[in-house]
Design a protein around this ligand. Structure first.
Ligand code: MLT
Length: 271
């Protein structure tokens, strides 16, 4: 994966770029990195300019500095993604986010809808967290700051991956375990606090004047298919594909089905 860097909000951030053509911005899940988009870069770089940034503190990007501020939540991640488009001179892109990447994608739609050629929301939700979920995130942020990101591995793996993947794809499980452990505690803590603070963006989705595709793994327990159906009702004219045999990380667990749905949607976009 060819990695380059750019500056956003005073930090050096990394991104991968592959292919040429219509820009496709791929925003990663928590607590992973741009590496998770490898199967999409491999399949789509022949026809699209794939851009996959690392959010602060993940992959090769510098961690966020200091306490979380007003713009350090999902809006901050959206600002980092827009800064990448600016850095590359890209006006509009198809914006695709999985889970936390989807929260950031919706924040980007809110801040600059004119930069969004089309939106792909995978294994995510438009709503805010319930109070208990918010409390749990804040406790996790503190725990990771004390003990390191490795403490997340045991609890997250069974929620990130579907049953079939856990049984049949030990190599994928190992990659995901390594990615989680490699995330910087500062990045993980800031992302948890940022996700806890995010507002409901259902009205952003409802008001977006761009084509929308919603994807979800049939076995996703973190953002189950009901959440995707709710988003489909919010986004008039949106398409929904439920991917059998996939949990939360549907793009990694069922890459061919994910790429078929995404590739078909991209090919059908109006000029
Ligand atoms: C993710 O995959 O990005 C996270 O599971 C999102 C979340 O914790 O809500």
């Amino acid at each position: 994966m060819q990695t380059s860097t750019y500056q956003s909000r005073g930090r050096r951030l990394a991104y991968a770029e592959a292919g040429a053509g219509e820009p496709l911005l791929l925003l990663h899940a928590f607590p992973l990195s741009k590496e998770m988009w490898e199967p999409q870069l491999a399949a789509l770089a022949g026809s699209y300019r794939c851009l996959a940034p690392d959010f602060p503190g993940f992959g090769d990007s510098e961690p966020p500095a200091g306490p979380i501020g007003e713009d350090s939540g999902m809006s901050g991640l959206a600002a980092d993604a827009v800064a990448l488009l600016d850095h590359l001179g890209v006006g509009r892109a198809v914006v695709c986010g999985l889970s936390m990447g989807g929260y950031a994608a919706l924040a980007l739609c809110e801040a600059c809808p004119e930069r969004v050629r089309a939106l792909v929301l995978a294994d995510t939700r438009s709503g805010a967290d319930a109070p208990e979920a918010r409390e749990k995130r804040l406790a996790t942020a503190r725990e990771v700051e004390e003990k390191g990101s490795g403490v997340l591995v045991e609890s997250m793996i069974p929620r990130l991956l579907g049953a079939g993947t856990l049984e049949g794809r030990p190599e994928l499980r190992q990659w995901v375990e390594r990615w989680i452990a490699a995330a910087s505690p500062a990045g993980v803590a800031a992302a948890q606090r940022g996700m806890a603070a995010r507002p409901d963006r259902g009205t952003v989705l409802a008001g977006l004047r761009a084509p929308v595709l919603i994807l979800v793994g049939e076995e996703d327990v973190l953002t189950p298919p009901e959440e995707s159906r709710r988003m489909q009702r919010e986004a008039p004219g949106s398409e929904l594909a439920v991917l059998p045999g996939a949990g939360h990380l549907s793009n990694l667990e069922q890459p061919e089905a994910f790429n078929r749905a995404l590739g078909g949607f991209l090919a059908r976009l109006p000029p």
